[in-house]
Design a protein around this ligand. Structure first.
Ligand code: PLP
Length: 435
């Protein structure tokens, strides 16, 4: 409560805009997640550059939220936006391809090993399309996801395990179908449950992140990803890897880093430095089966695609982002900063004798309020705390540091500096001391 009062006093302009917004934006926000920051009302931003954002009251923040990964490149990276301006004068969308689409597909093929690519406007769209294609080419009805996953607002994946049964996630508005008809959900790192579900041979695709990131970071147990690959092959199920967040592991995400062999792979968020774009990759076999289907009665629309998908502007943004920002050097830098962030937080936790655990993937760091690493979604959710989470978040926010609201996640960008990381450690220590 004390921090909420500080927040309200500090931010009169945001508060006035938030009040005005109540009349025209449901819940006072243009997109529902924007209420999930810990303050009593959202900050309205005026400006963002590199790893800093500024609100309308003139406070500047060190941004470790980075638009929940949409700005992992840093905000408006100069190497992208300067040249992107030229495209503004050359046409933005025409429903015909530009050469940039080909360049990006070739580059993604090199990085992720999948030869064929298609483009969408978001990672949600990419996942939805990947699942449709998986169902079409296998002729099977169901998908399997892991408890604690998030793959966007894709109906059949927006689910949780409740009493052993897949249910639409709490808060899902008007789910169109019963997830029991479309989806199987098992715990991460449980090969027996996975095999039991796949053995029924009605699963078109397993959709998963190679490391869970949406309930805190949950790494695969040694051998789990190999097991996942061999079981999906054994039972004729396609493996769809969602690398929207785990791209932070390197230029080719976890797929390249851990030598994974997905059948389909989805991307989004950071791919266009904040310009909306998603992408999905297909193996040669899947692409050929898909092409065969397109020759039939589906040639019309195939149930995937969209008017603005693969537009010229998004693809120029993706090309510049891959060419100039999401490079080997940038990933090495982000990883080193992530290590520094982790070491700082771990030292504070150790000194305070707290039973908290820190996990990391590349430049993505997260602390859970439990003593050991979580092994699955249930354990990870137990490691969140409805009071501590918002307290730490708000404490930092009131002192100029922004973390991802949904859990205590911090992301490094190429524009993040060591001094910024150290400032977080200092404030985190103050937050802990004030508990
Ligand atoms: N996939 C993963 C792993 C995500 O975490 C998210 C969003 O948080 C999405 C897909 C959906 O991304 P978007 O909301 O940009 O469509």
């Amino acid at each position: 409560r004390r921090e909420q009062e500080v927040f309200a006093r500090r931010n009169p302009r945001s508060q006035a805009l938030a009040q005005r917004a109540q009349s025209h934006l449901p819940g006072g926000v243009p997109m529902p997640w924007m209420t999930r920051y810990a303050g009593p009302f959202p900050l309205f931003l005026s400006w963002a550059q590199g790893a800093r954002v500024q609100d309308v009251d003139g406070h500047t923040y060190l941004d470790f939220a980075l638009g929940d990964t949409g700005a992992m490149t840093g905000h408006s990276p100069g190497a992208v936006v300067t040249e992107l301006q030229a495209r503004l004068l050359q046409g933005l969308t025409a429903m015909l391809p530009t050469e940039d689409a080909l360049w990006v597909a070739e580059e993604l093929s090199q990085r992720f090993g999948l030869p064929f690519w298609q483009f969408t406007l978001s990672a949600t769209d990419a996942n939805r399309a990947a699942l449709r294609i998986a169902r079409a080419v296998t002729g099977r009805p169901k998908v399997l996801v892991f408890h604690g996953c998030y793959h966007g607002t894709v109906d059949e994946a927006f689910v949780a395990l409740e009493g052993g049964i897949p249910r639409s996630r709490k808060g899902n508005l008007g789910p169109p179908v019963d997830p029991l008809l479309t989806t199987k959900v098992v715990e991460w790192n449980d090969p027996q449950a996975l095999e039991g579900a796949l053995a029924e041979k009605d699963v078109a695709a397993v959709l998963t992140e190679p490391v869970l990131t949406n309930v805190g970071i949950v790494h695969p147990a040694p051998g789990f990803l190999e097991m996942l690959r061999s079981l999906t092959r054994k039972y004729g199920t396609l493996l769809v890897l969602d690398e929207t967040h785990t791209l932070c592991a390197g230029p080719g995400g976890c797929t390249a880093r851990f030598h994974l062999e997905p059948d389909l792979l989805t991307l989004g968020k950071a791919l266009g430095s904040g310009v909306p774009i998603g992408a999905y990759g297909l193996s040669r076999e899947v692409a050929e089966a898909y092409a065969e289907l397109l020759r039939g009665p589906h040639a019309d629309t195939a149930g995937v695609g969209g008017t603005l998908a693969a537009n010229a502007f998004s693809l120029r943004a993706a090309r510049l982002t891959l060419e100039r920002v999401l490079t080997e050097e940038s990933f090495a830098r982000m990883e080193a900063l992530g290590e520094r962030f982790q070491a700082g937080v771990e030292a504070v936790i150790r000194q305070a004798g707290l039973p908290w655990h820190v996990t990391r993937l590349g430049g993505r760091v997260e602390y859970l309020f439990r003593p050991e690493a979580a092994e699955n979604g249930t354990q990870a959710l137990e490691g969140q705390d409805p009071l501590l989470d918002p307290f730490i978040h708000l404490f930092l926010l009131n002192r100029g540091v922004l973390l991802t609201p949904f859990h205590n996640m911090a992301l490094m960008s190429p524009a993040t500096t060591e001094a910024m990381v150290d400032r977080h450690t200092e404030l985190f220590a103050e937050a802990v001391a004030s508990l």
